[in-house]
Design a protein around this ligand. Structure first.
Ligand code: OSB
Ligand code: MG
Length: 381
């Protein structure tokens, strides 16, 4: 029998079983963006089993197709009826081979990412290595920032900013939309001075608002995230030419190619990486490396993940070009209790430790998972 390099490195793994759970968790506090207010989080938890080990992936699709076109119901269908058969019973040399194995299915990056990231966890466990090690991460801790949703009043917003600064977070991001933007930023600058501050519009403006957005330039923001439409790279380039504030793209960067286009057109100076949006860790690493090559800093975004998806994100954010604080905050900002025990904690100086155990390196409380699960599916090779 031929021996492959991957055998010697111990990265070969076989996927024998795939299971899906639809999990619903109440949020500690409502979260409001330019597309609405949410009180809970419903997501698909993917498990892959092989060689007596198990890997976990959290799908970042939502109940509604507002942040992206994907939804939980759609992702469930796509994983169950199309992706499962492309990975089940197969032996892979490396988890980077998962995304290419699923190319027959177009798009559906969040569905693919949940499967792919579970495979990375499984492969890392198979190697007895932490996921960060397997991904090529170099940091032992990552810098943490917070995303503060739209509030009912500027006083409520000020109270949230105070709380998060006191907790040690290294930068504050606030959600903005027309009618909740310049005044909110001005209030924060007045009350909190020159703290590291940025805004995220989740595509709430059009290029016609360019003159209005220029009013933000005087506040020295770190960046403005996704001001224009979710797939609009050209108008972002036009807007960037008119703004001093760096534009950071989130929704628009749905693939490696979109990142290449955005960089070529100078549509942004910073990129937010979310593995769910890009189709998993391997595609995220490609965007990370591309940005490093072009001198574009990246940071790790968040999608209100449970501790399981949050752990996945922490490992990816340990790569070298994640030089800006990300949206990876402590569990207690989102879910109490979280699905993992102990939860993710942030130190007084705004750092999150990268877990060192095998795979994602966190302990899942399966009783909590079970109690929060509303639907299940399982298929074997
Ligand atoms: O645009 O970054 C975003 C949450 C859900 C959907 C989109 C976004 C967000 C956040 C929250 O900003 C980030 C987090 O704390 O997980
Ligand atoms: Mg965003």
């Amino acid at each position: 029998m031929a021996i492959h390099a991957a055998d010697i490195l111990g990265t070969v793994f076989r996927i024998e079983r795939l299971s899906l759970r639809l999990v619903r968790l109440p949020l500690v506090a409502f979260f409001e963006t330019s597309f609405g207010r949410v009180y809970d989080k419903t997501f698909i938890l993917v498990t892959l089993d092989g060689d007596g080990l198990q890997g976990l992936g959290e799908c970042v699709a939502d109940v509604d197709p507002y942040y992206s076109s994907e939804t939980n119901v759609g992702a469930w269908h796509v994983i169950k009826d199309f992706l499962a058969s492309l990975v089940l019973g197969k032996t892979f040399d490396h988890p980077r081979d998962l995304f290419p194995a699923m190319t027959r299915v177009r798009g559906h990056h969040m569905a693919k990412a949940a499967v792919e990231m579970a495979a990375w966890d499984l492969a890392a466990r198979r190697q007895g290595a932490s996921l960060a090690t397997m991904l090529g991460g170099t940091r032992t801790a990552i810098a943490s920032g917070v995303s503060i949703g739209i509030q009912d009043s500027l006083d409520d917003l000020a109270a949230k900013v105070r709380k998060e600064l006191d907790a040690g977070y290294r930068r504050i991001k606030i959600k903005v939309k027309p009618g909740w933007d310049v005044d909110a930023v001005e209030m924060i600058r007045d009350r909190f001075g020159s703290i590291p501050l940025m805004v995220d519009a989740n595509a709430a403006y059009t290029i016609g608002a360019a003159a209005h957005l220029q009013a933000l330039d005087r506040f020295g923001l770190m960046m403005i995230e996704q001001p224009l439409d979710y797939d609009d790279i050209r108008d972002h380039a036009a807007l960037q030419r008119r703004l001093e504030t760096p534009i950071c793209l989130d929704e628009s960067i749905h693939s490696v190619r979109a990142a290449e286009d955005a960089i070529a057109l100078q549509a942004c100076r910073i990129i937010n990486i979310k593995p769910g949006r890009l189709g998993g860790h391997a595609e995220s690493i490609r965007v990370h490396d591309l940005c490093a090559w072009h001198g574009i800093p990246v940071w790790h975004g968040g999608m209100l993940e449970s501790g399981i998806g949050r752990a996945q994100n922490i490992h990816l954010a340990s790569l070298r070009n994640f030089t800006l604080p990300g949206d990876i905050a402590a569990s207690r900002r989102y879910f109490v209790p979280d699905l993992i025990d102990p939860p993710i904690e942030v130190s007084r100086d705004g750092l999150v430790a990268v877990p060192t155990g095998p795979g994602i390196g966190v302990h899942v409380d399966w009783d909590r998972v079970q109690a929060s699960t509303t639907e299940t599916y399982e298929v074997r090779a």
